[in-house]
Design a protein around this ligand. Structure first.
Ligand code: NAD
Length: 513
């Protein structure tokens, strides 16, 4: 096991190609979740810092160097960043694991995934397309141009620091936008490192900027009138604040918010495979994952046998220090969040639930003063219980039995969120019927948390607006411009727009003599 780095790191901003550490800003101490030791001190970005960063991004956009850079040039630079992420993978993974509390092995997976996202986004820079319309007579040509939207504000949560940054930043850059990134105050280090890598790769100054800080820093970006789009990932509660703050200049929003996925296990599923998937789906990333699957819905006639298998596998998980390669589950992000997660365990019995595995906080010995909880299963949870409805965001599985497919679908859809769900059955009709009826942006069939950058990702209902990744995610960073072109020798004659006349033959308006 590696221990934490010795001296706390000072985390400053990155504006106009340089690191900014000499400011009047307050400092926020970041305590490592695994040890409770201060590992970094983060500047609390002020409105002035945000102004400076937005100004740098605006100038870089308006000069046009980046927005009009040939696709091949963008492709090369984005790929160069991907290579630099690979070369710096060990350090980036250590920073993310130490600050977020996730197991180091998962942090390494995040960094590999991040490099892949920069490569995929690079490919999109080669293929920016609009449309043309030539079907309205010989004198009309309609062009639909796809243009970069401008200055983007990218607000990142703490659960996948480098990975979620990479679901946004390279896509914005591929489209020709410039960016002001705000990482979470709990996990700022890797964003700073990646910003420096973009400079090393050769991105022009001002195209990538980072302002570190907490809620008010994010608020200043959301309300800034010179920011054209905010792409936000975080809780639904904060997302609502971003919506309100964005109204001043009606900026475009892309919101990736909370989730409360269900794992629906039918009686004809491969039960051993499904049990492994259920345990992975709720405990992956300490359960601090938006597509984590904290609600098990299991068909009544196989429920007892299935719950026993899931319980056995859960009890075998190794909770340990984030930097220990043997840990399956690490430390939760901070003490307040551990209290939040524990409150659902402590309140379970008030709603008829029964804790059948785990539930206890782990302290002393290898856990020291860290924020650890044993992976937990609460049985007999009703659809009305807070543990069923609210985002727990920890390694806590609730179990609810169902009789029919219709009942399972109704239970899965009975929460305000709609990010992801899983279905387990050997019958493809059951899988497809259920997938179509689920109100979520993603459905996993006979699998759990999975995906490729080519597929769009996002939420129904209170889980968000817009999509990330895939072509749809890339298009969020663009505007469409319709250019209506009249050609031919018809000076002074303007047809009534065909669209207003429903495409029918229309009279001409000719100026009087
Ligand atoms: P959070 O909402 O507390 O914070 C997210 C980011 O917003 C942070 O950078 C934070 O500093 C900033 N912020 C806080 N207040 C703000 C404000 N008023 N205006 C603008 N920015 C503000 O979320 P979190 O605790 O960092 O992350 C966990 C949440 O994120 C969970 O709800 C999880 O489901 C969600 N999440 C969603 C996805 C997705 O893709 N849908 C992915 C990961 C996490």
């Amino acid at each position: 096991m590696t221990n934490t780095l010795t001296e706390p790191r000072l985390i400053g901003h990155f504006i106009q190609g340089s690191t900014v550490q000499e400011t009047q800003d307050e400092l926020l101490d970041r305590r490592a979740p695994g040890t409770d030791e201060v590992v970094s001190r983060v500047l609390r970005g002020s409105g002035h810092d945000v102004d400076q960063a937005v100004q740098a991004a605006r100038t870089a956009f308006d000069t046009g160097t980046w927005q009009h850079a040939p696709g091949m040039e963008r492709y090369k630079l984005l790929n160069r960043v991907a290579d630099l992420i690979d070369q710096n993978a060990a350090r980036l993974a250590q920073l993310d694991a130490e600050e977020s509390g996730k197991p180091i092995v998962l942090a390494e997976g995040d960094i590999a995934g991040a490099a892949g996202l920069w490569r995929y986004a690079a490919s999109l820079a080669l293929n920016i397309q609009g449309k043309s319309f030539t079907s309205n007579g010989p004198d009309f040509t309609g062009l639909v141009l796809r243009e970069p939207i401008g200055v983007t504000g990218l607000i990142i949560p703490w659960n996948f620091p480098a990975l979620i940054l990479s679901q946004k930043l390279p896509f914005a850059l591929a489209a020709g936008c410039t960016a002001v990134v705000k990482p979470s105050e709990f996990t700022s280090s890797s964003a700073l490192e990646i910003a420096r890598l973009t400079a090393e790769a050769g991105f022009p100054e001002g195209v990538v900027n980072v302002v570190v800080g907490d809620g008010p820093t994010g608020g200043a970006i959301s309300e800034h009138r010179d920011v054209d789009l905010v792409s936000f990932t975080g809780s639904t509660a904060t997302g609502r604040k971003v919506v309100a703050a964005s109204a001043g200049n009606m900026k475009k929003l892309s919101l990736e918010l909370g989730g409360k996925a269900a794992n629906i296990v039918f009686n004809d599923a491969d039960l051993e495979d499904a049990a492994a998937g259920v345990v992975f789906g709720v405990n992956f990333n300490n359960g601090e994952c938006c597509v984590s699957q904290p609600r098990l819905l299991v068909q009544e006639d196989v429920a007892d046998q299935f719950i026993a298998e899931v319980a056995k596998r859960t009890a075998q998980l190794k909770v340990g220090q984030p930097l220990d390669r043997a840990s399956d589950v690490g430390a939760l992000i901070h003490a307040g969040h551990l209290d939040h997660v524990s409150s659902f365990v402590e309140g379970a019995s008030q709603h008829g639930g029964e804790v059948i595995v785990g539930g206890e906080r782990l302290t002393g010995g290898e856990y020291g003063n860290g924020q650890f909880i044993a992976p937990t299963i609460i049985a007999n949870v009703t659809a009305q219980a807070p543990a069923f409805q609210d985002e727990i965001f920890g390694p806590v599985l609730t179990v609810t039995k169902f009789k029919t497919q219709a009942e399972a679908i109704a239970l899965a859809n009975s929460v305000e969120y709609g990010l992801a769900n899983s279905v387990w059955s050997k019958n493809t009709d059951t899988l497809l019927e259920t997938a179509k009826a689920l109100q979520s942006g993603t459905v996993y069939a006979n699998t759990t948390i999975d995906g490729i950058p080519q597929m769009p990702f996002g939420g129904y209902k209170a889980s968000g607006v817009g999509r990330e990744m895939g072509e749809a995610g890339f298009e969020e960073f663009t505007e469409l411009k319709s250019v209506n072109i009249r050609t031919g020798k018809r000076a002074g004659t303007f047809p009534i727009p065909a669209s207003l006349a429903g495409g029918a033959s229309v009279p001409q308006m000719t100026p009087r003599d």
